[in-house]
Design a protein. Structure first.
Length: 82
C-alpha cells in the first residue's frame, strides 16, 4: 500500500468501505479505527456479520454497518457528516 493511502486515511474525516473489499481496505480500516474516525461499511451481503469470514473489528463503536440500498447509505453518511 503506498504511503499516500495512509496519509489520505489520516487526513480524512471518515472512511467508507464497500464490502466485500480487498485486502488493503482492512489496513485502511485499521488506520481509521486507531485514529477513531467514523467508519461506514456498506455490506449488502451481510458478510461483516459472519465472523467465520471476517474479523470482529466491525463491532467497534465508531463503525456503522449498513445493509440497505446505496441511496439510503449515502443519505445516512450525509446526515451524520454534514
Amino acid at each position: 500500500m503506498p504511503f499516500i493511502d495512509i496519509g489520505a486515511v489520516l487526513n480524512s474525516d471518515f472512511l467508507i468501505i464497500v464490502s466485500p473489499a480487498g485486502k488493503s481496505s482492512h489496513i485502511k480500516f485499521g488506520i481509521a479505527a486507531a485514529s477513531k474516525k467514523p467508519i461506514y461499511v456498506f455490506d449488502s451481503n451481510n458478510e461483516t456479520g459472519n465472523f467465520t469470514k471476517t474479523g470482529t473489528f466491525y463491532i467497534f463503536k465508531n463503525v456503522t454497518k449498513f445493509d440497505g440500498d446505496i441511496a439510503s447509505f449515502i443519505q445516512l453518511i450525509l446526515d451524520n457528516e454534514l
